[in-house]
Design a protein around this ligand. Structure first.
Ligand code: BTN
Length: 243
C-alpha cells in the first residue's frame, strides 16, 4: 500500500483519476488530503468537509477482470468494510442507505463516490472516494447529517479512523475475487437501512409513494414492494428514499 498525503487539493478522486491516466499507478494507492476544495458527491452533488475535522480520501484498486455486471460488488464491499471499521470503533447504529450512504442512527455520517475505469465488459480499475464526518459538531444547514463525535460523544483521532477504514476496504476488495456475489449481497442486505420497513420514496417526477425495501437485485437495483405487493426494481436515478 502507498499513501500520499496532501495539504489541499480540489478533489482526491479527480487527483487520483488523473494520476491513474498519466502513470502506471501502484495498486492500493491512497490519497488523503487535509482540505478538499471542491469535493464531489454522487449524482453531481458537492461534498463539503472541514479541515481537521473530516476525513476525505480516495483509494485506487486495480482489478484483474471484474465483469461489468458485477460492478455493484465493489460498492457493497466498500460499504461493508466501512461499516465493519466503524463498528470496531464503537460507533452505534450503523447502517447502509442504498446504494452506499453510511448512516449512524438514521443520519448520514459518510459517503462513497466510486469511479470505475472500464475496459470492454470489465472493470479494470476503481477509484473509491470516501468522505466521513468525524469530529464536526454543527450541521445547521444539513439536518440529516451527523458525525462520529455527535453520535458517540467522543473525539476521534483522524489518523486512527483513516487507518482502520483503509485496511478494512482493501481487505474486502482482495476478497472480491474469492467470495461470491451472493455472500456479499446477503451481508450487504443485512446492513441495509429500512430493510423490511415501510418507507417513503420519491420518483424523479416528485411523486411520493410507500414501499418496503426487500433487498437488491443481481445488478444492485433496489427491490421495493409497493402497494398491491408488486415488486419493483429501481436504479439510482429512478428513486430517492426519503425516510
Ligand atoms: C456522496 O455523495 O455521498 C459521496 C461523497 C464522496 C465524497 C468523497 S470525499 C473524497 C473523495 N473526493 C471527492 O471529490 N469525493 C470523494
Amino acid at each position: 500500500m502507498k499513501i500520499i498525503k496532501l495539504n489541499a487539493i480540489d478533489s482526491t478522486n479527480s487527483y487520483l483519476k488523473q494520476l491513474a491516466k498519466a502513470t502506471c499507478l501502484q495498486d492500493e494507492t491512497v490519497v488523503l488530503t487535509n482540505r478538499q476544495i471542491s469535493g464531489r458527491g454522487q449524482m453531481g452533488n458537492v461534498w463539503l468537509s472541514r479541515e481537521g475535522q473530516s476525513l476525505t480520501f480516495s483509494m485506487f484498486k486495480a482489478f484483474g477482470r471484474l465483469q461489468i455486471e458485477r460492478q455493484f460488488m465493489i460498492s457493497m464491499a466498500v460499504s461493508l468494510a466501512i461499516v465493519k471499521a466503524l463498528k470496531s470503533l464503537n460507533v452505534p447504529n450503523i447502517s447502509i442507505k442504498w446504494p452506499n450512504d453510511i448512516l449512524s442512527a438514521n443520519k448520514k455520517i459518510g459517503g462513497i463516490l466510486i469511479e470505475n475505469v472500464l475496459e470492454g465488459n470489465y472493470v479494470n480499475q476503481s477509484i473509491i472516494g470516501i468522505g466521513l464526518n468525524v469530529n464536526e459538531t454543527d450541521f445547521l444547514k444539513l439536518p440529516q447529517a451527523s458525525s462520529l463525535k455527535l453520535e458517540t460523544g467522543k473525539t476521534f483521532f483522524l489518523e486512527e479512523v483513516f487507518q482502520s477504514i483503509v485496511i478494512s476496504v482493501f481487505q474486502n476488495l482482495k476478497d472480491l475475487t474469492q467470495k461470491n456475489f451472493e455472500d456479499i449481497k446477503l451481508k450487504y442486505e443485512n446492513e441495509l437501512f429500512q430493510k423490511e420497513k415501510v418507507s417513503v420514496f420519491e420518483a424523479p417526477d416528485g411523486l411520493r409513494f410507500n414501499g418496503i425495501i426487500k433487498g437488491i437485485s443481481e445488478i444492485g437495483e433496489l427491490l421495493v414492494e409497493t402497494e398491491n405487493q408488486a415488486l419493483r426494481k429501481f436504479q439510482l436515478k429512478e428513486v430517492k428514499l426519503i425516510y
